[in-house]
Design a binder for this molecule. Structure first.
Ligand SMILES: [Zn+2]
Length: 112
């Protein structure tokens, strides 16, 4: 199970804003839908550790094809979470970070 971050990105080709749904496994994973600024819920099918000072979570967009121009946009994102509050999503730096984290590839603790 996973959760979903609802985000808007700018298409690399036509520069229009498009909505994407980014799946991630952190917190109580039960298909909860989040936006930037929301606080992660805990107390169910938990993945990860609550209240970490800074963590990045692997995010995979369900669909990133632009509905206006059909361009395939980036699907892999780092979701930055600070003390359970979702700060930002950005282009994934490196999947190697997740593979070497020993957290099932789901997240990487950045400090604390
Ligand atoms: Zn486009």
């Amino acid at each position: 199970m996973y959760n979903i971050l609802q985000e808007a990105i700018v298409c690399v080709n036509c520069n229009k804003r498009i909505k994407i749904s980014i799946q991630f496994s952190f917190g109580d994973t039960w298909l909860f839908r989040y936006k930037i600024g929301d606080t992660i819920r805990w107390g169910g099918n938990d993945k990860g550790i609550p209240n970490l000072p800074l963590v990045k979570v692997y995010g995979l967009a369900e669909e990133a094809v632009c509905p206006f121009c059909n361009t395939e946009n980036l699907k892999e994102y780092d979701i930055i979470i600070k003390k359970d509050v979702i700060q930002v999503s950005r282009a994934m730096e490196s999947y190697e970070h997740y593979l070497s984290s020993a957290n099932e590839g789901d997240y990487v603790i950045l400090s604390g």
